[in-house]
Design a protein around this ligand. Structure first.
Ligand code: NDP
Length: 413
C-alpha cells in the first residue's frame, strides 16, 4: 500500500522495523535511516534473515536528523508516504519541517524537547497544525505506549463506556528484572531527564506542581501485585485534559524499585544528571597532549550505562501499563481499568528487544498502519486520542499487545 521511512535504529526503531516487516502487505517498501548507517544495516539484515521480507529489500541510509536539508534530500530520493520518527525528541521539529518541505506524512512517539532544557509540552509541535493542514499532510503525535496506547485507551473509554470521564490515572509498572545494578529501559539521557523533573498533575482546571517523586503510594498491578508508584509529569496528560475537558483530575504514575531510586539519587547528588555543558580536560586524539573539551555530564553518563538495547537477553518479568478511569454513565458513577501486560522474554524472542522498546515500537507501527489504510489520515497535527480508537484497539490484539478490561473494580486511587 505504501512506502515507509523509519528514522532511528535504536531499541524502539528495532521493534517497529520488525513489525513493519511483519506487515509487508501494507508497508510495501521500507527504508531505515539514522546517524550511524551500520546500525541500520545490522537491523535490516536481522529482519531479512528471519525471512520477514526478501533479502536486500530493506534500504538503509545515513542521515543527520538535526539537519533539515539532509532530511529533505533523503525524502526526495526515497519518496516515502510516511516518516516514522523513532530518533530522539530533539529531532521532532527538524523532521516535521523536512516532512512539510518534501510532502511526507509524519508520526512520532515523544514530544519535542529542547536539548538544553528538560521541558515537556506540545506547543512547539501544535504550532505546525496550519502548515500540515494546508499541505494536506497528516502528523500523528505521541504514538508509542505512553503517550500513545494510554491516550487511545482513554478515547476508547470515552467512546464506549462513559458519558463523562472525570478522573484519569495512567499507571505504568515495569516489574521486570534485567539483573543489572542500574540501567534505564530506553535512551538513558531522555529517561533521566524525564524522571528528575518536578511532578505535575491536573486538578480542577489547573496544573499542580510537586517536588520530583514527592507523591507516591503502592498500587496493585494485575499478575504482579503491589508496587510503589510515583507521580510524574507525563506529556499525554496535557493533550488529554484539552481533548476531554470534563476531566477533573488527571495524573500519571510510574513504579520504581528502591535500588533504582538509590542510584538515581547518587547520580543527581554527584552532578551526573546535569544537562548543561562543562569543560573537561581530555587527551588529544593525536597524542599531542591535554585539550579542553565541552561535555554534558548526562550524555557522558549515557555512554557508560548499559545500552537499553542489550538488556533483553536476561530480562525477566513483565510490564503492566493502563488507564484507571472514574466517570459517569447514565447519571451513575462507574470505574474502568484497561491495561496490557507485556512479557520482556516474549518481546525479546520476537524482536531481540526488551518489553519497554516493544510496547513503544508496536503502537508506532500500528499508527503508521492506520495511516496507510486511510483510517487515520486527515490533514493537520493530531494527538492520537483525536482519531477513532476502534481500529487501533483491534490491531493491538492482533499485533502482540492484547488488552484487558475490569469494569467497576476498585481503582485504589
Ligand atoms: P535509542 O537511543 O535506542 O535510539 C535513538 C536512535 O536515534 C539511535 O539509533 C540514534 O542513532 C538515532 N539518532 C539520534 N540522534 C540522531 C540524529 N541527529 N540523526 C539521526 N539519528 C539520530 O532510543 P530509544 O529507541 O530507546 O527511543 C526512541 C524514541 O522513543 C525516543 O524519542 C523516546 O523518547 C521514545 N520513547 C517513547 C515511549 C512511549 O511510550 N511513547 C517509551 C520509550 C521511548 P545512534 O545509534 O547513532 O546513536
Amino acid at each position: 500500500m505504501g512506502k515507509v521511512i523509519i528514522i532511528g535504529a535504536g531499541g524502539v526503531a528495532s521493534v517497529a522495523a520488525h513489525k513493519v516487516a511483519q506487515n509487508s502487505d501494507v508497508f510495501t517498501e521500507i527504508m531505515i535511516a539514522s546517524r550511524t548507517e551500520s546500525k541500520c544495516r545490522t537491523l535490516a539484515d536481522a529482519i531479512e534473515s528471519k525471512g520477514l521480507v526478501p533479502k536486500g529489500s530493506i534500504r538503509t541510509a545515513r542521515v543527520d536528523a538535526d539537519n533539515v536539508e539532509e532530511l529533505v534530500a533523503l525524502f526526495n530520493s526515497f519518496r516515502p508516504d510516511i516518516c516514522m520518527n523513532l530518533a530522539l525528541p530533539y529531532q521532532d521539529l527538524t523532521i516535521m519541517e523536512a516532512c512539510l518541505q518534501a510532502g511526507v506524512n509524519y508520526l512520532d512517539t515523544a514530544n519535542y524537547e529542547p536539548k538544553d532544557e528538560a521541558h515537556f509540552e506540545y506547543s512547539w509541535q501544535w504550532a505546525f497544525k496550519d502548515r500540515f493542514e494546508k499541505a494536506g499532510l497528516c502528523a500523528i503525535l505521541g504514538c508509542g505506549f505512553d503517550p500513545g496506547v494510554t491516550s487511545i485507551y482513554t478515547a476508547y473509554a470515552a467512546k464506549h463506556h462513559f458519558d463523562e470521564i472525570q478522573y484519569l490515572d495512567i499507571v505504568d509498572c515495569n516489574a521486570g528484572d534485567h539483573h543489572k545494578a542500574f540501567a534505564t529501559n530506553f535512551n538513558p539521557e531522555i529517561n533521566i531527564r524525564e524522571i528528575t523533573q518536578k511532578g505535575l498533575y491536573w486538578q480542577d482546571g489547573k496544573w499542580v506542581e510537586t517536588e520530583p517523586l514527592e507523591i507516591h503510594q503502592p498500587l496493585n498491578y494485575p499478575e504482579i501485585g503491589p508496587k510503589e508508584s510515583y507521580l510524574l509529569h507525563h506529556e499525554e496528560i496535557e493533550s488529554l485534559v484539552k481533548n476531554y475537558p470534563t476531566i477533573k483530575r488527571a495524573r500519571f504514575w510510574m513504579t520504581f524499585g528502591e535500588q533504582y531510586l538509590k542510584h538515581l539519587e547518587v547520580i543527581q547528588n554527584i552532578g551526573m544528571s546535569r544537562i548543561d555543558e562543562i569543560e573537561y580536560q581530555a587527551e588529544a586524539a593525536d597524542g599531542s597532549g591535554p585539550v579542553k573539551v565541552k561535555i554534558v555530564p548526562l550524555q557522558f553518563l549515557k555512554a557508560v550505562l548499559p545500552n537499553p538495547q542489550e538488556l533483553g537477553e536476561n530480562y525477566e518479568g513483565q510490564t503492566s501499563i493502563g488507564c484507571r478511569i472514574r466517570g459517569l454513565r447514565d447519571g451513575k458513577e462507574h470505574t474502568y481499568y484497561v491495561y496490557n501486560n507485556c512479557s520482556h522474554r516474549a518481546a525479546y524472542e520476537e524482536t531481540g528487544m526488551q518489553g519497554v522498546s516493544y510496547t513503544t515500537g508496536v503502537p508506532a507501527m500500528i499508527g503508521a498502519l492506520m495511516f496507510m489504510k486511510g483510517l487515520w489520515k486527515q490533514p493537520g497535527v493530531w494527538n492520537v486520542e483525536e482519531f477513532d480508537p476502534d481500529p487501533f484497539m483491534d490491531e493491538l490484539n492482533k499485533q502482540g499487545l492484547p488488552w484487558h478490561e475490569i469494569h467497576d473494580g476498585d481503582l485504589e486511587l
